[in-house]
Design a binder for this molecule. Structure first.
Ligand code: NA7
Length: 541
């Protein structure tokens, strides 16, 4: 198979959509395999999430060195992270460094927005369409669009009438935005809102935070990496990756084997205190093993965090507004923070609780709530994404017989391994719904997925096969496995993007579980079993 340009039509063995963490690595591996592969990227450069999310405060919640690609010893040796939790500009530089080092850019076309793809059964290939009117053909279509490809603005009456500066955090300008001396509003208090609020509060004349629901936040405790630590990190990469691969979500934090409800109050408090005082996601991932499944254990942890919030916020009434009451700690994505709660002790910061005083509308000068009108010079929309499946609903993806992927997923996603799709031959979704990468320290899961897909394509090629599609039975079994595993988790009982809820998007008000919550080790084992049984559950032709 070769890129065929003789007829003016470009044909590839594989087309990859997206040049973020997964697209770059998939390109590297498929090229190594000798395939003709082309990557199309909507942005003007590599980096995906790290290309778009340039808002001040954007940074890792993963330990930087645990987020690195593990596939090249040379890359691990050459690259030096400056902080334990690197900020966005550094991560973007890292991905640019990777693209340069492995000369990936020559096979990437930038500023190319895919709008859809139709399966052509006779030719066994995908016809892929772009916003500029062009099209290409590929035997395999591999989407590497991540889970956060579709930012959503708040559905507020009059939103577009606002005449001041306004930015969604994921569509941030490629130039510095100055907050000094300005009246700034931030709408949204998810992981992104928390990061941006901490930064804006430093220089804005006034900052008004519009909070619809508070989230449970915990300290990030970032700091620079010392030369001695740098040496230890480089010498210890193998152990770091081995640890990540054994943990539930690919982070360097292994869950405690005890149950919170079975230990003494002193023992419980001691672990909570220890984890609250340590950097990163330990408080979420290395906690007692029952805190995400047993409501009693979760209530004990939530109570501990609530006490921490009260101790950090001077005004008790504001502290109460910042403490979630409708969900427990860790049942939604935990924002990690640096002095986030202390921001509310500053005289220039005001918390607007939208449960008490909802937004009525936006006007050319600002925001009107039931408590009155507020004028702003700049509004930040930290209002999140139509996460995971949202990137697919905007694509005109049609499989065998013209069936549309959005219709197939109308009642919730159905997939095989979160990677392959019945009715959509040769379509591979690298970070698709029901795939471990949706709830993961991304590169750890992405590497596993890319390597699995690469082996699959190598196998097909070696045997001259050109078509793979999972069976309906295999998809049923996988979907049941995903939903059964999730049923025990408290996070399925709460509205959040984990469950596909986004009230700014029509039709996204019902919970439809989008993640994979059986853990990375189980996911990897299941994928390995399928490969070992010569891709059992699929039809190869
Ligand atoms: P999230 O976690 O979806 O947070 C979005 C925030 O915006 C959240 O606080 C929402 O409140 C708020 N929001 C959304 N729409 C509105 C309207 N219409 N009015 C007021 N407030 C609103 O997105 P993030 O970008 O923070 O994080 C996404 C993921 O990216 C993150 O988990 C990381 O893994 C990377 P709500 O809670 O819905 O009441």
């Amino acid at each position: 198979m070769n890129a065929d340009t003789s007829s003016g039509v470009e044909r590839f063995d594989a087309v990859v959509i997206g040049a973020g963490v997964s697209g770059l690595y998939q390109l590297y591996r498929l090229r190594e395999l000798g395939l003709e592969v082309r990557v199309y990227e909507r942005g003007g450069g590599v980096g995906g999430t790290w290309y778009w999310n340039r808002y001040p405060g954007a940074r890792f919640d993963s330990e930087s060195y645990s987020y690195a690609y593990s596939f090249s010893d040379e890359l691990l040796e050459e690259w030096e992270w400056s902080e334990h939790f690197a900020a966005q500009p550094e991560t973007l530089r890292y991905l640019e460094f990777v693209a340069d080092k492995f000369e990936l850019r020559r096979d990437i076309r930038f500023d190319m927005t895919m709008t859809g793809a139709h399966w052509q059964e006779a030719a066994r290939e995908w016809e892929i369409f772009f916003a500029d009117g062009s099209r290409v053909y590929a035997r395999f279509l591999i989407t590497a669009i991540g889970g956060f490809a579709t930012p959503t603005l708040p559905a507020i009456e009059g939103r577009d009438s606002y005449a001041g500066e306004a930015y969604h955090t994921a569509q941030w300008p490629h130039r510095p935005v100055d907050f000094a001396g300005k009246r700034v509003a931030v709408i949204g208090t998810g992981a992104t809102g928390v990061q941006v609020i901490q930064e804006v509060a430093k220089t804005a004349a006034t900052l008004s935070v519009f909070q619809r629901q508070p989230n449970w936040c915990a300290p990030l405790l970032n700091r620079p990496i010392t030369p001695e630590e740098q040496r230890r990190i480089k010498a210890g990469y193998k152990q770091i990756f081995a640890l990540c691969n054994e943990t539930f979500a690919g982070f360097m934090h292994q869950s405690d084997r005890r149950n919170a409800v079975e230990v003494s109050a002193e023992e419980r408090e001691a672990l909570f205190e220890k984890l609250y005082g340590e950097p990163g996601f330990g408080i979420w991932m290395a906690n007692f093993r029952d805190v995400m499944i047993d409501a009693r254990a979760n209530a004990l942890l939530s109570d501990f965090i609530a006490r921490k919030i009260r101790s950090r916020v001077n005004d008790p009434a504001i502290a109460e507004k910042l403490i979630p009451t409708n969900h427990g700690f860790g049942t939604r994505r935990v924002p990690l923070e640096t002095n986030y709660y202390e921001v509310y002790n500053q005289p220039n910061v005001r918390l607007v609780d939208l449960r008490e005083t909802p937004i009525l509308r936006m006007t050319p000068s600002g925001i009107v709530t039931t408590a009155g009108a507020f004028d702003f010079d700049l509004i930040v929309f930290a209002t999140g994404f139509d996460a995971v499946t949202g990137g697919y609903s905007r694509l005109d993806l049609r499989g065998a017989g013209g069936r549309r992927l959005v219709d197939k997923w109308a009642e919730g996603p159905r997939t095989f391994l979160g990677l392959l799709h019945e009715g959509f031959p040769n379509l591979v979704t690298l970070v698709g719904p029901h795939n471990a990468a949706t709830f993961c320290n991304m590169p750890r899961c992405i590497e596993q997925n890319v390597e699995w897909v690469t082996r699959l394509l190598a196998r097909l090629r070696a045997q001259g096969r050109t078509r793979i599609e999972p069976t309906p039975a295999a998809e049923d079994e996988w979907t049941a496995h995903v939903l059964d595993g999730a049923a025990r988790m408290l996070l399925t009982k709460v509205d959040s993007w984990f469950n596909g809820v986004n009230r700014n998007v029509a039709g996204r008000d019902l919970r439809r579980f989008q993640l994979y919550a059986n853990g990375l080790p189980t996911y990897r084992r299941r994928c390995e079993e399928v490969a070992a049984q010569d891709y059992a559950g699929t039809v190869i032709a």
